[in-house]
Design a protein around this ligand. Structure first.
Ligand SMILES: [Zn+2]
Length: 390
């Protein structure tokens, strides 16, 4: 019986962010900080005693894995010092280096969230940098923040906001909208309440980060409506993220009332990051709601060795055609690169264990691997969207 092998299978990264070259070569500390989800500088206490072979302060398993794997790619010793040294040399020609990483991992397309970093980077130059096809999701909070400065009345704001979403969704290559409401007021979305939204508008005008839950919930409903009309996909950040996320309200379970609402029964929703660490809840949600999908970005690769456990776990409930590959790469192309390699390494082990346990034959297992890597994306985003729009 042949073993499952995903080595030569292309990958579509369903959720990642663009970046540009670092202007100066990285120091060890800067490189580690760049790799960290914490986004805050690593604080090394004074008089910190490090023994030989002790990992660099603040590093965790994902960084350890990256050093180990990247050292092979760069043909150097698997130490942070050597990896950073060789990376700095290779990345002098950043485009060449990025493309080499993308080709090595066979990444043929990325659905990019240009809402981070700010100011917004150009789609054209990101596509040129990595040499892959780029699709876009349009972040609603960026639109809200921009319109806030115009001094509109509430009514005018809503009109312009809706117009912007409508226009953006018409653009070629824009596959949907994205919301980071989990970072602002949480995922427990209340019903549309125009009066309550209006009452909070002034506070939002004076502070773009204000919680203003009724206002944000109202704006999310509008985005859901516009996605429904345009047959495109509403991406919602679920689960952990950087340090600012409202963790007690970030589980995808909070979305269920809204997702079950009859008026959204035809709306395609994508649970970004699969709600990690509430991945089983996301898996259950996509199993009961026909138009809801999820990806495994962020947890892959940042959960390190946990990726194998996660992949086994997500398919306890999630249908095979509801889960997509993603990385959430946000600062360097090594994130896109390790994302694919770690995913393939872990998923091959999981798929082979299913074959060994006689849950399926190896061709079926191989096909499931390909579905998660790119076929599910092709199906939902390329075929279904195109057909619906026709
Ligand atoms: Zn992201």
């Amino acid at each position: 019986m042949s073993e499952v092998s995903l080595k030569h299978i292309q990958a579509i990264d369903i959720h990642a962010h663009p970046y540009v070259a670092n202007s100066e070569p990285y120091t060890l500390e800067e490189f580690v900080r760049t790799l960290s989800l914490a986004v805050i500088p690593n604080q090394i206490p004074k008089h910190y005693v490090q023994t030989k072979k002790q990992p660099f302060p603040g590093t965790n398993m994902w960084i350890q894995l990256l050093i180990q794997r990247l050292s092979r790619f760069l043909t150097c010793e698997p130490t942070l010092e050597q990896v950073v040294k060789h990376r700095n040399i290779e990345a002098v020609d950043f485009k060449k280096y990025t493309r080499k990483l993308f080709q090595d991992a066979n990444i043929t397309g990325v659905v990019a969230d240009f809402g981070y970093p700010t100011p917004k980077l150009s789609k054209k130059s990101y596509a040129d940098l990595c040499g892959a096809r780029i699709w876009e999701i349009h972040r609603i909070e960026s639109v809200m923040v921009d319109l806030r400065k115009e001094g509109y009345s509430f009514g005018e704001f809503i009109e312009k906001y809706r117009e912007d979403l409508n226009e953006s969704l018409k653009k070629e290559g824009v596959v949907g909208l994205k919301s980071i409401i989990a970072y602002r007021s949480g995922l427990e979305i209340m019903e549309m309440n125009e009066q309550a939204a209006k009452e909070q508008y002034e506070e939002f005008q004076s502070n773009e980060r204000a919680q203003v839950k009724a206002f944000r919930d109202y704006c999310l409903h509008i985005a859901m409506e516009e996605c429904t009309k345009a047959y495109k996909v509403m991406h919602i950040h679920t689960g952990i993220g950087d340090g600012e996320v409202i963790l007690p309200k970030a589980s995808p379970s909070f979305l269920i009332e809204m997702l079950r609402d009859k008026k959204y029964s035809e709306t395609k929703v994508h649970l970004v990051h699969g709600g990690y660490p509430w991945i089983e809840e996301a898996a259950f949600i996509v199993s009961i709601l026909p138009n809801v999908y999820m990806d495994i970005s962020l947890q892959n690769p940042f959960a390190g060795h946990g990726v194998k456990r996660i992949l086994d776990q997500v398919f306890e409930f999630a249908p095979f055609d509801k889960v997509m590959y993603g990385s959430d790469a946000f600062t360097v192309p090594e994130m896109n690169w390790l994302g694919v390699h770690l995913f393939k390494e872990c998923f091959e082990q999981v798929l082979n264990s299913w074959v060994k346990a006689d849950y399926m034959d190896s061709e079926t297992a191989q096909t499931i691997g390909e579905m998660v890597l790119y076929r599910n994306f092709e199906n939902v985003y390329r075929k279904q969207i195109k057909e619906a729009v026709k």
